[in-house]
Each structure stands twice: as C-alpha cells, then as structure tokens.
Design a protein around this ligand. Structure first.
Ligand SMILES: [Zn+2]
Length: 196
C-alpha cells in the first residue's frame, strides 16, 4: 500500500481512488479554508456520500471521531478517525456559477461544482445536477430563529480530519474558491490530502 499525497492549489480540485481501510487525511494548510468532499462507491456510481442521510442516521448535524458518514443507500462509507476541528457542514450544497451570480452578481466564477465535476470526469463519473458535499471545515451556524450564518472556519494552519474508507471509493475534493464571504475567511488557500 503506497503512501500518496497531494496539495490542491487554492481554488482547484482533485480526484483520486482509495481502497477500503485506507485513511484519508485532509489538512487545512494555511487555516480557515473549506474543502468540499464527495465520494462514490468505486464499482457502483449510483451510490454516493449523502449528507442528509448521514444527519438522519446520526440524529445529528455534527460528527465526532467514531461516527460514520453514510451513502444515499444508508451504507457506511467512511468513518471519522481523528478530527482537530470538530466543526464541519452537512447542509450547504456546492457553490456553483449560478450561486455566484445570485449572491454576488459575478459571472463565470470558479466553483466547487465545476471543480468536482472536472475531478470526477477521469473516473467516468457523470456530472450530477448538483453536488451535495461533506463541507470539511465549513462553519455554518443555525440560529434558533432559523437564520443560517456562515462564519469563518475554526481550522488553523495544519489542522486536519482523518476519514477511513469503509469501501473502495472514488473521492473528489474542491478547495472552495469563494473569497466573497467568511466561508473561507475572504481568502482562498490550498488543501493537502494524504492517503495513509
Ligand atoms: Zn465552494
């Protein structure tokens, strides 16, 4: 089992395969950077990581070490092994060009949706109508009124989360290219990925 690692440049994406029992470490290199994470079963792309199923299975919007992340078919896909941050997001869909138009009046903005599509294309996974990622390091606060606030990530330089694959997977990660909000602390920076 060879060790692999990549540094995803700021605003870009990455796709890779992992085998069952391999551990993926995702590191916020400079701090306050969100990594949109999607995963598909390697031998059946109709099964994918599902944040809403995960919240249903866990009865929670937060994960801690020992918790599993589930697929759309209610099968454990990944287990949280270690987590230096403890604050991630399951409710926001991937940023996409239309979002930047609606919220920021910017056209043709780089986006997690496009980054993830490009990262998955070499594995012949067709682009979905939208991505619903596990948004690692994203700090979403839901107030009692129902208002949703996206605050600066709590992750500091070098903080990481480790996920063990519970099945063979194709994974894609986007270093979120939104510099228009607190989502990434108004500054886009790289994400490091290690397969352990
Ligand atoms: Zn994004």
């Amino acid at each position: 089992m060879s060790k692999q690692h990549w540094q995803i440049p700021a605003t870009e994406g990455l796709g890779f395969r992992v085998k069952r029992d391999q551990v993926i470490r995702i590191t916020d290199v400079e701090g306050e950077q969100v990594a949109d994470f999607v995963a598909y079963r390697a031998n059946d792309f109709s099964e994918r990581l599902d944040p809403t199923v995960t919240m249903d299975a866990l009865h929670a919007m937060k994960v801690k070490p020992g918790d599993m992340i589930y697929s759309n078919k209610y099968t454990p896909m990944l287990t949280i092994i270690r987590d230096k941050v403890g604050q991630h997001d399951f409710i926001n869909s991937a940023c996409r060009p239309e979002m930047y138009e609606l919220l920021y009046n910017k056209r043709d903005h780089t986006s997690c949706y496009m980054n993830l599509n490009e990262a998955l294309a070499p594995f012949e996974i067709p682009a979905p109508d939208q991505h619903y990622p596990f948004n690692i390091f994203m700090n979403t606060i839901i107030q009692p009124s129902g208002q949703i606030l996206v605050e600066k990530p709590l992750s500091k330089a070098g903080d990481y989360i480790e996920l063990r694959a519970e099945m063979d997977l194709v994974v894609a990660i986007s270093a979120c290219p939104c510099e228009e909000s607190l989502c990434n602390g108004y500054k886009c920076t790289p994400i490091r990925v290690d397969i352990i």
